[in-house]
Design a protein around this ligand. Structure first.
Ligand code: ADP
Length: 402
């Protein structure tokens, strides 16, 4: 079954085409991959595509998102990356949708009602839900009435106990839906299942701490296959220090800035989402690799940024372990989590008292790997997240409704 997956962000679109049958135990290579980068240059989009062993990269004078998506999808059927003879071969489209609110605890077939719900949730995810909806509507226009499936980043966390999900504000917040939703759920769910498979254990019997550390960073406490706690909250701003997001700060700071310096909501939004975190502290960028290199060369602010990132990671890891009430495995995933032996070492160090010990020689690898020492009491796994494949599998699961 040919399944197109679309992951629409505020400034980029990523897409893959899978040919899936039942019974894949590991993520297969997609037939085709493509991306659109809207930040490349004002008034244009950078389109990259690879398929049939070829790749192309071009800058197109397009500013309209739907037109960009159409150009991207055309590389499936035209030019050196062609992998299909017609777009009619696509049997389903799966979308990553960031916010599913309280109602969506699983993936769903896209209907008018689902689209309306994604639209209604825009105030809770203003940077993402509009792009997700635009992606769904663009595919309707380009591919006709092909079945579409939405998989929500919030869904995996929807069964969190109330004590973990609710904020201790006034009770009216509960009725207003002001609560912890959590994000990166597709990734946390995928790596949790993959960890159980690699450990040869049943997910239902495991207590896992999953660490998604990319530009956005979040942890999840996964107990018996259910997310019982997570660090992101009502928005993806809560919790860990991130690339350019602050993570948790004392809300009193915001009141102070509004009163003393006249900050508006939009200014605070930009400050906390775009000018904080690794970027804000290092003064360099949001890119951990570059910051780690600067730290090696003696840059004091880069070192401070990394030290703060690690300190906050330790605090939140400790909190998740307490919510789990035990620990069978720690899982590292996403850009930083998959690639940085320094991160693995520094993140794990305080947890030696739990019997967690890493191997001596650590190196990044193409494959998922167990980096715990043979005598470690806790498994430590580095797992490459496969959000697109997880979405494609969700489409496969819905095929009888197509
Ligand atoms: P996104 O959340 O945008 O999908 P990624 O999961 O790709 O982001 O993660 C991006 C982060 O991963 C960046 O901070 C980048 O510097 C970091 N990263 C990638 N490779 C390495 C590496 N070898 N060492 C340290 N950090 C890395």
């Amino acid at each position: 079954m040919k399944i197109l997956v679309l992951n629409a962000g505020s400034s980029s679109h990523k897409s893959c085409l899978f040919d899936l049958t039942e019974g894949h135990s590991e993520a297969p290579e997609p037939l085709w991959r493509a991306s659109l980068d809207w930040t490349h240059q004002e008034g244009s989009v950078e389109l990259s595509a690879s398929g049939s062993g070829e790749s192309v990269q071009q800058v197109l004078p397009i500013t309209d998102k739907a037109a960009g998506l159409e150009a991207m999808v055309k590389t499936l059927v035209e030019g050196p990356t062609q992998v299909l003879s017609s777009l009619g071969e696509i049997e389903a489209v799966g979308h990553r949708v960031v916010h599913g609110g309280r109602d969506y605890v699983d993936s769903v077939r896209v209907t008018e009602e689902v689209k309306a719900a994604i639209q209604q949730l825009i105030p809770l995810a203003p940077a993402h839900n509009p792009a997700n909806l635009q992606g769904i509507e663009a595919m309707e226009r380009i591919l006709g009435d092909v079945p579409q499936v939405a998989m929500f980043d919030t869904a995996f966390h929807a069964r969190m106990p109330k004590a973990a999900a609710l904020y201790p504000g006034p009770y009216s917040w509960v009725e207003q839906g002001i609560r912890r939703y959590g994000f990166h759920g597709i990734s946390h769910q995928y790596v949790a299942q993959r960890a159980a498979d690699l450990m040869g254990r049943d997910l239902a019997d495991l207590k896992l701490l999953t660490c998604h550390l990319g530009n956005g960073c979040s942890l999840a406490a996964v107990k018996g296959g259910i997310s019982v706690d997570t660090t992101m909250g009502f928005t993806p701003l809560e919790g860990l220090m991130m690339g350019s997001r602050s993570g948790s700060v004392d809300p009193g700071i915001l009141i102070y800035l509004m009163r003393q310096e006249g900050y508006s909501a939009d200014q605070l939004d930009t400050l906390l989402n775009k000018e904080s975190g690794l970027k804000g502290i290092s003064g360099l960028s949001n890119d951990m690799r570059g910051i780690a290199e600067a730290m090696e060369q003696g840059n004091a602010r880069a070192k401070l940024a990394v030290d703060m990132f690690i300190h906050r990671l330790h605090r939140e890891m400790g909190a998740m372990i307490a919510s789990l009430g035990g620990l069978d495995a720690v899982v590292f995933t996403a850009g930083i989590g998959e690639n940085s032996p320094l991160l693995w070492q520094r993140a794990s160090a305080p947890f030696e008292f739990l019997g967690l010990r890493l191997k001596k020689d650590l190196a990044r690898a193409k494959d998922d790997q167990d980096i715990a020492a043979a005598d470690s009491g806790v498994s430590v796994l580095v797992i490459h997240t496969q959000e697109e494949w997880a979405i494609a599998q969700a489409c496969l699961g819905h095929r009888y409704s197509f």
